[in-house]
Design a protein around this ligand. Structure first.
Ligand SMILES: O=P(O)(O)OC[C@H]1O[C@H](OP(=O)(O)OP(=O)(O)O)[C@H](O)[C@@H]1O
Ligand SMILES: Nc1nc2[nH]cnc2c(=O)[nH]1
Ligand SMILES: [Mg+2]
Length: 157
């Protein structure tokens, strides 16, 4: 989707931390021994989950497919070196069309794949997620935003 739809879901750092901790809670007891973070968006939730589940082994796979909100062809810029296994957890911030998730499923068929946010098209590809987001809504993540002055309502838009 594109920002042209105007529907936004704004996520604060606190909300992102809370949702990611909830994701970690869902994973408790599953005995993961390593994490692959899907860079860049998956780096922050991967660090939070690693802390909550006391996982000390992390690697990254660097994938780019969007230039801001425009989806392009998917490029793997750097692969991960950890072996595929059922104890391996793949972490990304969100799943949208599912194209990134599909590539990860092919690369790591045995691993579990989790995201914090999921839109309907990508949802069937994740093992766990926390928050449903409509397909036509753009998720604004905290690292892409800054605090800004907001005009009082009486001054009009
Ligand atoms: O389900 P999809 O339609 O494939 O979209 C999901 C992917 O898009 C974003 O990454 P992006 O490619 O923008 O790179 P980034 O993580 O570096 O921001 C997001 O972090 C997911 O990895
Ligand atoms: N920040 C952000 N990145 C995305 N990549 C694919 N979909 C999205 C989205 O809704 N928000
Ligand atoms: Mg990403």
């Amino acid at each position: 989707m594109s920002l042209a739809s105007n529907k936004m879901f704004y996520v604060s750092w606190e909300a992102f931390h809370r949702a990611t901790k909830e994701l970690a809670r869902q994973l408790l007891g599953q005995n993961f021994n390593a994490i692959v973070a899907v860079s860049r968006g998956g780096l922050v939730p991967a660090a939070i989950i690693a802390r909550e589940l006391n996982i000390r082994v992390l690697d990254s796979i660097c994938i780019a497919s969007y230039n801001h909100d425009q989806q392009g062809s998917l490029r793997v810029l750097k692969d991960a070196h950890l072996a595929d296994s059922e104890q391996l957890l793949i972490v990304d911030d969100l799943v949208d069309t599912g194209e990134t998730a599909k590539a990860l499923r092919e690369r790591f068929p045995k691993a579990r794949f989790v995201t914090v946010y999921a839109k309907p098209q990508g949802k069937p590809l994740v093992d766990h997620y926390v928050t449903d987001i409509e397909q036509d809504t753009w998720i604004q993540l905290p690292w892409d935003m800054e605090l800004a002055y907001s005009k009082p309502l009486v001054e009009g838009a």
